[in-house]
Design a protein around this ligand. Structure first.
Ligand code: NAD
Length: 346
């Protein structure tokens, strides 16, 4: 099996918990270089995972010709530039979510991948859980009939990230919407068949993150005085095919943790990810159990699919055009917040 050499840009939490260990599980895949602007972070990752080339500047990492695949694991505001540079350096790229901080960057990333015929995969691992892959097949096979509605929910009672740049707009570009909202919006719209969004009305607000009286039991203190992103966002999206999506996401709110994304079709409905199809059969309402398969988690599978796609010359396992539409939805929510009007994406 052909050897694939991988470089890692940004050596923090997600690089060390997901990307590097999962690459290292795959036969003949070798993580050969790591870059982080903080030398101690790069060194620590290199020592822990036995990586021989260590840099503080990702441009130096991209000078290693044998590197064929790059993971971009930097804060959101630093996704586009290294991703595009890596593609231009002839590498396939797995870039963390969200794709970018604005539509122009996301478009430029998509265009670069197309122009250079490289794989650009975004780290939307929710798509790759065994249950999710099963539901995707079930929905694509027509079991739910015509899909006309999706609800994308990721609501935390308290779960404000207290590390990295999540709560600073200059690092993250956005708050809960870009952090956990992106997963649920992408997951639901992908399951709906990735319809094209044509208009968005929404609002993203700060109600907790800038307050010193708010507790954050799991993750502790964050930088309250420099918190300048949303901690709650909601929106309504209309798609070209007439389907609708509502979205709701928070890092903090006065309700229990709420998931419960679901999809409605004319022949059946499902929770995402649920083990039941709600439907009508032979004149009766029935809750049909579905047996979800087991298997590796979404993060492991996303890395395996990325490598598989490189080895077998396949398209990106996460179509960048679909993620570009998710970026358009999220930035339209921010735009709608400013104007109080719906945003036309058609
Ligand atoms: N898919 C998921 O489930 C998931 C989970 C957590 C984080 N993420 C995403 O991963 C990204 C990183 O998050 P994290 O939790 O690992 O943050 P982190 O702060 O732990 O790690 C980011 C690292 O990038 C480094 N960095 C910053 N600018 C850089 C640059 N220009 N060049 C090289 N290195 C640079 C930082 O020094 C830091 O070590 C974010 O985009 C986040 O949204 C995804």
């Amino acid at each position: 099996m052909k050897e694939i050499k991988v470089g890692i840009i940004g050596a923090g939490g997600i690089a060390c918990s997901v990307h590097i260990p999962n690459y290292q599980k795959i036969e003949n895949v070798h993580v050969v270089a790591v870059a982080d602007i903080k030398p101690e972070v790069a060194e620590k990752a290199a020592n822990r995972f036995n990586i021989s080339n260590v840099f503080t500047d990702w441009e130096d990492l991209l000078k290693i010709d044998e590197i064929e695949a790059v993971s971009v694991c930097t804060p959101n505001a630093f996704h586009a530039e290294p991703s595009i540079a890596a593609i231009e350096a002839n590498c396939h790229v797995l870039c963390e979510k969200p794709m970018a901080v604005n539509v122009a960057e996301a478009q430029a990333m998509t265009d670069a991948a197309k122009e250079h015929q490289k794989i650009l995969q975004i780290g939307l691992a929710s798509r790759f859980s065994p249950g999710s892959l099963y539901l995707k097949d079930l929905i694509d096979g027509g079991r739910l009939g015509q899909i006309y509605y999706g609800r994308a929910v990721a609501v935390r009672r308290r779960g404000i990230p207290s590390w990295g740049g999540f709560t600073r707009k200059d690092m993250s570009g956005g708050g809960t919407l870009f952090d956990i909202g992106v997963h649920s919006i992408d997951h639901v719209t992908w399951l709906m068949g990735a319809p094209k969004p044509i208009s968005v009305f929404g609002s993203a607000v700060t109600k907790f993150g800038d307050r010193h009286d708010v507790i954050n039991p799991d993750w502790g203190a964050w930088d309250v005085d420099n918190f300048d992103v949303d901690d709650f966002a909601t929106g309504l999206v209309r798609f070209e095919n007439g389907a609708m999506l509502t979205l709701e996401t928070s890092w903090a709110s006065n309700i229990e943790n709420v998931g419960g994304s679901y999809i409605l079709g004319t022949d059946g409905g499902v929770h995402v990810v649920g083990d039941t199809v709600f439907e009508q059969r032979n004149g009766k309402l029935v809750d049909t159990p579905i047996e979800l398969p087991s298997g590796p988690g979404g993060h492991e599978t996303e890395i395996r699919r990325f490598i598989d796609a490189i080895r077998n010359d396949l398209p990106s396992p996460v179509d960048p055009e679909e993620v570009l539409n998710v970026q358009k939805i999220m930035n339209a929510v921010y735009q709608s917040t400013e104007t109080g009007r719906s945003v036309d994406l058609s």
